[in-house]
Design a protein around this ligand. Structure first.
Ligand code: C2E
Ligand code: CA
Ligand code: CA
Ligand code: CA
Length: 279
């Protein structure tokens, strides 16, 4: 790579090459990861503040590469998206999550919901709604207990196609949450058209909630916006009792974060939901 201009840019060139060598290696390995049983899911509990009950969990993918060890989803999900593998991976995630969530049915106060992360790309390529219906049918899972988390960080190439698929999902009783709300590119008119059931307030607004007035103002505004549009709010990345009590005061509906529990493997998650909520 020839770097023109400032000398200090050359300093970064080797690391860019290293990174793309790793990316290439990971992308190739990802093709076999499913067959090799290297992928797994963890579940992070979600708490409703008014009732203090666990109502559901978010499924989070894990990949342990045979030689490189654990690879973060923030590293390999973008590679899966670029490498055309995201459809296969999402189908695996959905199938496993619905299967596991079946086992939770008898454990919670009410049947727990499961939230699955969906890449916005899947609305553009392929038929996301069709894939979801197929998996629900195969696992005989009630659609009302499935939520899809959509991040607004990717702009949809074909919003009309995405909205049409969302209408199909809603018609079957599946709900949608807007993930990382407040950090992406979506306009408010887009938000209005999506008609999501839940807004997930991004962790970046929660981290300094106890010390930063601006974050408190933003979170408060998101909660009233959501409420006036008939959506529930869930705060992600809640780590401290101070954050929790502020969120209660601000009228946030639900929380998720290390304060309650980090993501847990299936067995540990099932044990967790049979214990009393720790606060
Ligand atoms: P996300 O959807 O915003 O997921 C929340 C991330 O925050 C997770 O990281 C979770 O482990 C972490 N987290 C949860 N509670 C706390 C907390 O209290 N403090 C802090 N600092 N972090 C917390 P993870 O598991 O590494 O996932 C990262 C991202 O990878 C996810 O962000 C999501 O965008 C993507 N991802 C994960 N699983 C899937 C999947 O199955 N499919 C797709 N398409 N994307 C996925
Ligand atoms: Ca998520
Ligand atoms: Ca999120
Ligand atoms: Ca995030």
């Amino acid at each position: 790579v020839k770097v023109a201009g400032r000398n200090d840019l050359q300093f970064f060139t080797p690391s860019i090459q290293e990174r793309s060598a790793r990316s290439l290696r990971l992308t190739n390995a990802l093709h076999q990861a499913i067959q090799r049983g290297e992928l797994s899911l963890e579940y992070q509990p979600q708490l409703e503040l008014s009732s203090n009950l666990i109502f559901g969990a978010e499924a989070l993918i894990r990949w342990t590469h045979s030689a490189l060890g654990p690879i973060a989803p923030t590293e390999f999900i973008p590679l899966a998206e670029m490498g055309g593998l995201i459809g296969t991976i999402s189908q695996w995630v959905l199938c496993r999550a619905l299967h596991d969530a079946h086992s939770w049915t008898e454990l919670g106060a009410t049947p727990l919901t499961v939230s699955v992360n969906i890449s916005a790309l899947q609305f553009d390529h392929g038929n996301l709604a069709g894939m979801v219906f197929e998996q629900l049918h195969a696992e005989a899972f009630p659609p009302s207990r499935l939520e899809l988390e959509l991040t607004e960080s990717v702009t949809l190439a074909d919003p009309e196609k995405a909205l049409a698929q969302m209408e199909q999902l809603y018609a079957h009783g599946i709900s949608v949450a807007i993930d990382d709300f407040g950090t992406g590119y979506s306009s408010l008119s887009y938000l209005k058209r999506i008609r999501a059931h839940r807004l997930k307030i991004d962790r970046s607004f929660i981290a300094d909630l106890a010390v930063n007035d601006d974050d408190r103002t933003i979170v408060s505004a998101i909660i009233s916006l959501a409420r006036s549009m008939g959506m529930r709010t869930i705060a992600e990345g809640v780590e401290s009792p101070e954050q929790l009590s502020l969120l209660r005061t601000l009228g946030c509906d639900e929380i998720q974060g290390y304060l309650l529990s980090g993501p847990l493997p299936q067995d540990a998650f099932m044990a967790f939901i049979q214990e009393p909520v720790p606060f």
